[in-house]
Design a protein around this ligand. Sequence first.
Ligand code: PMP
Length: 352
Amino acid sequence: MSYQDYFRKVTPYVPGEQPKEDDIVKLNTNENPYPPSPKVASALKNVGGAQSRKYPDPTAALLRDALAERYGVRSSQVFVGVGSDDVLGMCFLTFFNSERPILFPEVTYSFYPVWAELFRIPYRTVALREGFRIVPEDYLTENGGVVIANPNAPTGIALSVSEIETIVAGNPDSVVIVDEAYVDFGAVSCQCLLNKYPNLAVVQTFSKSRSMAGMRIGYCIAGEPLIAALQNVKYSYNSYTMNEASILAGKAALEDEAYFVECCKRIAETREWARQEFEKLSFVCTDSKANFLFVSHRSVPAKRIFEALRERKIFVRYFAQPHIDNYLRVTIGTRAEMERLFSALRGILAEA
Ligand code: PMP
């Protein structure tokens, strides 16, 4: 045996490409096309001075308190982390220690099986129904936990609060994580269920609706026992995950509610216009409530369109995976970026 036999072997999650060139229309990683609130840049002017000599506040109290105020919960119900990936990873590590498999949809955020493998959590994927539908009753079998992205990725399809409630109420002995990375673009958060269900953990991010993917801020809102358990695990691994800049920038973003609302509204409007444009070009689209559309052309294979767009410096996301390998996930950019996309698509489809 060699020492290499004792390495932890995992197949990592593969994020979308981050091309270096400037003239690219980048619609492949669900970033927000608009900058963060100007209040974020102002807050960051104060970073990097004498204060940076010191460790940041391990409790990130400024940011937790601001989130608690924004969402009408206690600070002790808020956990923050380095993007929602960090928060979700901590949730898997903390809540899923049962012998029973955790459940998540077969088509969903592809990081879930990676964390399950990394932390050696048994898991079972649940098939989607016709039209990529998630049926709550399918998650009422014995399990060690449930994870639902709502809206789901990469389909963008959202469950209603009462459908989420069916899953949470039907699993009183498991933690149900609802990953609401895209909720602000047109779905309804299930945070209103938190008072009723101590087994619910709602995870959100600043990466999409607050245009701050680069600052890496995510959070979980849940009952106090769940948050206390998350804190214990985090402080047993790395206490200082939230740096000074992210704490200040996150707090500043929360102070500009009007900007946030306007930005989400614009993206939802562009999405609905883009859906019609796709349909005019013979694409079928799921009913996405997220900042992306999930589209499939009636005759031209998705992979071919993906490659032809790439040659024209337009990046969208293609997943060579069962069930979705004839679909493209297209992030909603600015209206100008989307117009460039549709003009390229018209050219590609005319040649196909
Ligand atoms: N959940 C879902 C469903 C996502 O698509 C993403 C983005 N890749 C994340 C969580 C993580 O986003 P972040 O770590 O930037 O908050």
